[in-house]
Write a protein that binds this ligand. Sequence first.
Ligand SMILES: CC(C)(COP(=O)(O)OP(=O)(O)OC[C@H]1O[C@@H](n2cnc3c(N)ncnc32)[C@H](O)[C@@H]1OP(=O)(O)O)[C@@H](O)C(=O)NCCC(=O)NCCS
Length: 229
Amino acid sequence: MTDAPPALAPLTDVEIWPLTGLRVVAGDLELRAPDDRMLLDLARLAAQGVHREDYMPFVVPWTRGTPTQVARGVMTYQWGLRQRTTPTDWAIELAVVRDGEPLGLQGMYAKDFRITRTAETGSWLGLRHQHGGVGTRMRLMILHLLFEGLGAERATSSAFVDNPGSSGVSRKVGYRHNGSVLQVREGAPVESQLYLLDRAGWDARPDELRLDVRIEGLGPVREQLGLDS
Ligand SMILES: CC(C)(COP(=O)(O)OP(=O)(O)OC[C@H]1O[C@@H](n2cnc3c(N)ncnc32)[C@H](O)[C@@H]1OP(=O)(O)O)[C@@H](O)C(=O)NCCC(=O)NCCS
């Protein structure tokens, strides 16, 4: 009779995919990686509108099409993003959640972050959740994750010159204008404003922008992004 090999302890969710354990919490808002169930809710939300019909805030016009096309586009795009969670290239979009309901997505993107310590952010909210200050709070939360949790030295953002909401958040938070680039939007040229917030600017933000933020599950995410090796 041979002895059976000792059973290996099954891996936990966080060991397999550290982002499943990440939570960035401030008051009634939470950032967390969306699972497929939450992605379906986000897809439904996007299909109900992210901006006025006569406007386009994105370089890739993913919000055009029938509600079903927009919703399916959210799913396939998000599934694709999950591949970009490596130390040299990450594109992490976290759901902004209030009372269990996703209101939109707050993303952070970096190539070779370990060397540049620089990440770009981008975001959207469902139309009915806009203009109530959530955009500012979720930006502050992702900046807290970047500067305090991941050791960023710089955060960048950009917005079309005619997007007052996105630029409004950047200016309010203390980014400085850092030039502009010409881009193509739905076949026509459009100027994009570039914004930069460095560590000194982040540290100098006024009291009303100092949210009480708690990060859970950070260690395994730092390991996944190669920050502790
Ligand atoms: C950009 C976005 C995330 C901002 O979120 P939000 O919750 O609407 O933003 P806030 O309510 O925190 O507004 C922050 C500041 O922006 C400015 N602002 C917001 N909307 C504005 C508008 N329509 N016109 C002028 N200023 C505006 C204001 O200065 C505001 O500060 P205040 O509240 O002190 O007046 C949201 O509007 C959105 O999802 N827009 C569509 C998608 C998009 O444009 N994404 C960014 C692509 S670059």
